[in-house]
Design a protein around this ligand. Sequence first.
Ligand code: SF4
Ligand code: SF4
Length: 319
Amino acid sequence: MVASFQQRLQEVNPEFETFERLQTVQVNLGNLCNLYCTHCHVNASRRGTEMMEVDVIDQIVRFLGDHPGLTLDITGGCPEMNPNFRYLIEQTEGKAPRRMVRSNLAIMAEPGWEWLPEFCRSHGLVIVGSLPCYLEENVDQQRGSGVYQKSIKVLKRLNELGYGSELELDLVFNPGGDYLPGRQQALEAAYKAELTANFGIVFNHLFTITNAPIGRFREHLEAAGSYADYLRLIAGRFNPETAGAIMCRTLISIDYQGKVYNCDFNQALDMPVAADDGSALFISELDGGGMAGRKIALSQHCYCCTAGEGSSCTGALAA
Ligand code: SF4
Ligand code: SF4
């Protein structure tokens, strides 16, 4: 029996289960994706039909305009495949000092998508690329055959365009199975050594992210009979030093319909932030300060954020 995450958090500090101060608006453009990864928590695929439309994008643009200084973090699915991706980037120009695109990299090597690297550069976007290992076999096992070579080709192109030097290029590691990531600093050093030695590739930071026991990864754990063990693993490695830094204290996540969540994991679990009348809160109804002091919707999957060095969309919390 695994103790309640909410209780563990309260024991460290009752304030940690409330929202602190808005810094990042994460926007999920939908569940369409060119890949089909085993660890995917949003069940994205080529069959994805959820797609953020222009009216919701306009609400987000308005929100960013009304609350200057926020980071915009764009995710999916494969966010670039949303037909309104360009529109979002063009409309948020000058409205968020830091705009990050979470890319699976391989999309930029697909026929018809070769314009993406230049487009990202011309808009000064930070690219956060998934590369769950520096070894080909492990990447292809998790993401599909040929994905590693496509990712390497794209990373080289991004380097040519100034990514990794003048423009920020970060990579994301996540474990290939039901174990925790190694230490972020050491992994980053290993990635840098391998990618530079083998391909001359440079990048800025490596973010280690713990797999959340939800979505396709949960299905995989259940099929292997290891869901309970994984939950016990992440709960057993609860690190109180990470508790106050969980990203949901400073980030909101918006789905394709404009609903507000505490994070992308809660979004995948359909656990929206509740408005005062108990219904789901929409970005069109939210004021930036309106999140302060709100209780975060916590559940047992939250243990993935506080295990070991901790985990967030920008990597470890106590590295
Ligand atoms: S993990 Fe990312 S790249 Fe892989 S299927 Fe899911 S959304 Fe697509
Ligand atoms: S899963 Fe989401 S709500 Fe739970 S602790 Fe992590 S960021 Fe917060």
